[in-house]
Design a protein. Structure first.
Length: 438
């Protein structure tokens, strides 16, 4: 029993290029050969049918190169030379097939079948290995995440062992790391920059996230070290500059308060303005208070951070610090430390919808959480390169999930406020220098 499956021809031309895939007009599918597959479901039946269609495409390619079988063709590009065993990629596995061989008529060697080159490509294997393992599937359980292709295919499948999957995943994450760290940044017009650290075992990775003028979030870079120190942070930011990022324009740097990060940003960028993460400041103050005072102190700090002006917010925070001085001087000192930098977005007049994004490091924390989630099954971090590979893969995966930040329509206004801030500061410095000279 057989059915005929129609396939559209790709605008076939007599002088078709040798590298173009030849698609047969009709393919006769032997239902007797795939009858057992039908009992395993529609997908297994489709796989069996697809393999027969693929074999017909191999024959069509060979016929285009050699001409009709059994006829003399002086213009042929090659001649048939038997067949040999090969393998193709099918749903994250390698499946053995038989392909025809064609040798060049001029004796220059064997000719490639474009259809075989297409189906035998292993690129999809690396991509699937990376997708499955980032989704939390271990290399030992890789086959459990593959689509069922029928028992006959499973019995012949290869390239699904733990070691093979692990090798492909390493290669895929190395590619992801190279892609992240070699991407040129000249075309990025960043208004805000966020830098933070994430720990993988004993290794610390410092990561950077940029927010463009259109509100798009861009994973920028990652550096690995033992601690979140100034040297590591400076290498990260210097790398951004070396890859073409414009460091001369005013930029808002949203940081968690680590002095190493602040120093690195100020050393490399010409006109950075620091916004300390308000969430981190609240947590730091809470940690220095007893349970009975934590909730009320946090509420008062949040009210201050949402005040209508930076002046009023500073007054409320100063008043709270004075009250804490008497009973909990450590919490008061923590509140005063870097207070002005926690109010930067208020001084710039950032609208509330955009301020909600920029008052904390939540956007980069979200990216870091995706990195942690993807690597949660890793039990042993062998070295820093492994940490870098996993982190870079997670950052690129997060980049595919990003949406534009809330209030992105106000980012041009933020850019103007940053430029005005530095223009005023430069003007006041020049005026003071003139007065001293006089």
């Amino acid at each position: 029993m057989s059915n005929t499956y129609q396939k559209d021809r790709r605008h076939a031309q007599p002088d078709r290029q040798l590298g173009e895939i030849a698609v047969p007009e009709q393919v006769i599918v032997s239902m007797a050969e795939i009858a057992e597959s039908a009992q395993e479901g529609l997908l297994a039946l489709a796989v069996g049918t697809g393999l027969q269609v693929m074999a017909a495409m191999f024959a069509e390619d060979a016929g285009r190169l050699c001409g009709p079988d059994g006829r003399h063709n002086p213009d042929r590009a090659g001649y048939r030379h038997g067949s040999e065993a090969g393998s193709v990629t099918l749903g994250g596995r390698r499946v053995p097939v038989t392909r025809p061989r064609v040798r060049a008529a001029d004796g220059s060697g064997e000719l490639h079948l474009p259809s075989y080159d297409l189906f035998s490509s292993t690129e999809v294997l690396s991509r699937l290995a990376m997708e499955k393992m980032l989704a939390g599937l271990s290399s030992r359980r890789y086959t459990a995440g593959l689509e069922p292709a029928g028992q006959a295919i499973e019995d012949q499948a290869a390239a699904t062992s733990k070691s093979a999957v692990s090798r492909r995943f390493v290669a895929a994450t190395e590619t992801a790391l190279a892609e992240l760290m070699s991407r040129r940044l000249e075309d990025l017009d960043l208004v805000a920059l966020m830098i933070d650290g994430v720990h993988f075992g004993e290794h610390t990775c410092v990561v950077a996230l940029g927010i463009g003028i259109d509100g798009t979030k861009h994973p920028l870079a990652v550096e690995e070290g033992s601690t979140e120190n100034a040297t590591l942070a400076t290498e990260l930011v210097t790398g951004l500059r070396d890859r073409g990022l414009d460091v001369t324009r005013p930029i808002l740097a949203v940081l968690d308060g680590a002095k190493a990060l602040t120093r690195a940003v100020k050393d490399v960028f010409d006109q950075p303005l620091i916004q300390r993460c308000q969430q981190h400041k609240i947590k730091n103050v809470r940690d220095k208070l007893p349970d009975r005072l934590r909730t009320v102190t946090e509420r008062r700090m949040r009210q201050a951070y949402h005040a209508e002006s930076a002046l009023k917010a500073e007054g409320l925070l100063t008043e709270l610090a004075a009250e804490l001085d008497r009973t909990h001087p450590g919490a008061a000192a923590s509140l005063r430390e870097g207070m002005a930098e926690t109010l930067t977005i208020l001084r710039l007049g950032v609208p509330p919808t955009l301020a909600r994004t920029l008052r904390s490091t939540n956007p980069i924390e979200s990216m870091i959480e995706i990195c942690r989630e993807h690597s949660k099954n890793v039990k042993r971090w062998r070295d820093g390169t492994m940490a870098l590979r996993w982190c870079a893969a997670g950052m690129l995966e997060a980049g595919h999930q990003f949406r534009r930040v809330n209030g992105h329509l106000h980012l041009p206004k933020l850019r103007g406020a940053l430029e005005d801030h530095f223009t005023r500061n430069v003007g006041s410095v020049s005026q003071n220098e003139d007065q001293k000279a006089a």
